[in-house]
Design a protein. Sequence first.
Lengths: 114, 117
Amino acid sequence: AQSVTQPDIHITVSEGASLELRCNYSYGATPYLFWYVQSPGQGLQLLLKYFSGDTLVQGIKGFEAEFKRSQSSFNLRKPSVHWSDAAEYFCAVDFTGGGNKLTFGTGTQLKVEL
Amino acid sequence: GAVVSQHPSWVICKSGTSVKIECRSLDFQATTMFWYRQFPKQSLMLMATSNEGSKATYEQGVEKDKFLINHASLTLSTLTVTSAHPEDSSFYICSARGSLSGANVLTFGAGSRLTVL
C-alpha cells in the first residue's frame, strides 16, 4: 500500500539551529510531493512542493526540501530556526499525480527552545 | 491568495443529533473540495471528494449515510454528521482546489473540531 512515513514524532531544536524533518514514501514512480505546516487555529499552509525538475525546491519562510529518488525521500530543511517555526509539519504525497488525493504522513511536532 | 473558510470552528453536540460543517472558498471557485478527518496526534485521513453539482466520492470505510457531503455551489461544500456519536468526535478539515489555488495545489480550511457528548 502507498504510504508516507515521518519517522520523527517530536523534534526539539534551539532557536538559530538548523532543522531537518524527514519524510519517506513508498512508491515506484515519482509522485507529487508537498510539505505543509499546521499551527493551532489555522489551516494547513503549503510550505513547498515538488512536481518535477530541480530536486532542491525552495519554499516560503526560508524552508527548502530535497527530493531524492533513490531514497524515496523528501526531507524538509531550514538553516536557522525561529521560535515562530514551532508547529506541526506534515509531509504529503499525491500518488495519483492528478491533484486529487493527498496521503499524509503522521506529522512531526516541532518545538523551538529559546 | 486563495482562502478557504470553515464554520463552525468548534461545535459540541449531544449524541444522536446531526451537525453541519460548512466549507467556503472565499475568493475563488472551488471545482473540487475534499474532506479530511484528523484524530489527535495522527495524520489527516481523506474521507471524501466532492465535485460541484455531483455526488461525493467516498473513501473506503467511510459511511456515506453518516457523513453526508453536499457541494451545491462552486464556493460551498457542507459535511453533515448524522446521528452523531462520541466516536465521531474529531477534527474535520476541508480543502479546495480551484482556479486560484492551482490545478495540483490544495488550499485548506482551519478545521472544525466536533465533540459529541
